[in-house]
Design a protein around this ligand. Sequence first.
Ligand code: NDP
Length: 561
Amino acid sequence: MAKAEAQEAAANEIISSDPATGREIGRVRITTPDEVREAVERSRQVFHMWKTTSFAERRRLVMRAREVILDEMEPIAELISAESGKPRGEAIALEIAPVLDLMQWIARSAEKMLRPRRIGIGLFGLLGRSSQVVYHPLGVVAIIPAWNYPFSIPLGEAVMSLMAGNTVVIKPSELTPLTGVKIGEIFERAGFPKDAVQIVSGAGETGAALVEAAPDKIAFTGSVATGRKIAEAAARNLTSVVLELGGKDPMIVLADADLEAAANAAVWGAFCNAGQNCASVERLYVHESVAEALTRRIVKKTKQLKLGPGTDPDVSVGPMSSERQIRIVERHVDDFREAGAVIPIGGSRVLPKTRRRGEEEKGSGGEFEHGSGAATQDDFSSPFLDVSSSLYFLPTVITGATNDMRPMREETFGPTLPICTFATEEEAIALANDTEFGLTASVWTRDIARGRRIAEQIEAGSVCINEHLYTHGIGQTPWGGFKNSGRGRTHGLEGLLELVQPQHIHTNRITLLPDAWWMPYSPTALETFRGFAAKFATGSLLKTATLLPQLWKRIKELSRR
Ligand code: NDP
């Protein structure tokens, strides 16, 4: 049953439901636009206090929040899994563990990364000047995340913002509101000051109200279309925005690649979180000489995947998060079929198997296994649900895909793996870059130097060699996209610097003499300025030395007045 259709909600609330069953999990009251504005105002009040706290105090509280998460790891994983549909193991491995790692790293490193820094200013230094950069927090950071990583993305961005001295207002996705509320509780239990982290709940309108409330920074994760709307709305207040948007990430498998590793990685990269990852493998380009061998392996491994509710520890692929999303996947698969591509496995929405034909009903409900038979609709018949209302989509491999097919150009965000062949390295690079997106990419080869060379020619924010997908989980590294995949960065030093404003402090220790560029101007001044352009501005000490007599003449002239 589609999430939005699960139950009747009152006008002022959203219902969160489990995509595996359609069952209601809980309700959250929608924050009104006025309340959103008030939340931002309160956040700004607290900011004036929070920005004066020491890094040691911020570190203590973030480390305390880690402990709260560790104490509650199982119920948190259960909640993430229930709201988003992902297997509980993925909730732990791909959300909780990476964000815990990010938290310990940023808690320990932020002070060093934001330490005041002296800057070399070349020949100005010889004139008794010096420059330092100090970093100031921005104020209120508004975090508007997508639903696919409802815990780790907003929580990680909140922690980085807080360590930089900002306060935070989060608007979780309407599909995962309870996980958002849980994030608020974690900060509260850790002892953060009241209102340092606030959660406002609702759908897109609540996000729009948050943008309009003029926070000092917006960290947005979501689609290109919404990102554009947010950037437009933010521009009215000159609020700067980090946009983490969609992807159509290519995986390039060269002829010399370890095919077993590449096949395992392709299956994980395309089907984990039911393919609902911004960095999912959405296009696989394989050298024509190994295409058949790789495809055979991929299909075999896909057959072994068990589909079902995220509560089952054996399940690898859960339901998709929403009816809207599964419809996009269906449309793309239909488009592939119509364009002549072949689907050796998967290709349709299915019911979770509660009873296999001729078998006893399995009590828990919602179990699916590719391995025991062909991936056809017949294997998944269930007396209990209508397939059109199921949010389960079979992991789907598509061969014979080409870049001119429409679904190779739009983000699918579902469990599909289209495979394309190439003949030369240049062709592979051109195919990979033939997209509006540029989030991540991967190159698979035993020749690391060649992999590096290719990686640098791919237009994407992160490119892995013999790895993929998981680098968002390495908090020390910058995350963000080229082209329409985003603007700005989260994570790493680059991400931290998005959350502060640098201030340049410039000092002149020699005030006895006037500056040669001061007024009044004169023919001597003009001659000196010509010397600045021709000699001083070369950065060469030797050339500048020849300017000294003219400089001295000018300073004497100014000193006499
Ligand atoms: P959406 O763009 O639909 O929504 C993202 C967030 O914006 C949600 O919280 C949504 O609220 C909110 N929102 C919607 N409309 C507005 C508005 N007018 N003003 C302010 N906020 C608004 O994206 P999805 O949730 O569908 O997420 C999927 C997309 O996110 C994919 O394209 C994926 O690639 C991308 N993504 C990118 C990542 C990256 O790091 N680059 C990481 C994860 C996902 P609500 O959900 O309540 O409608």
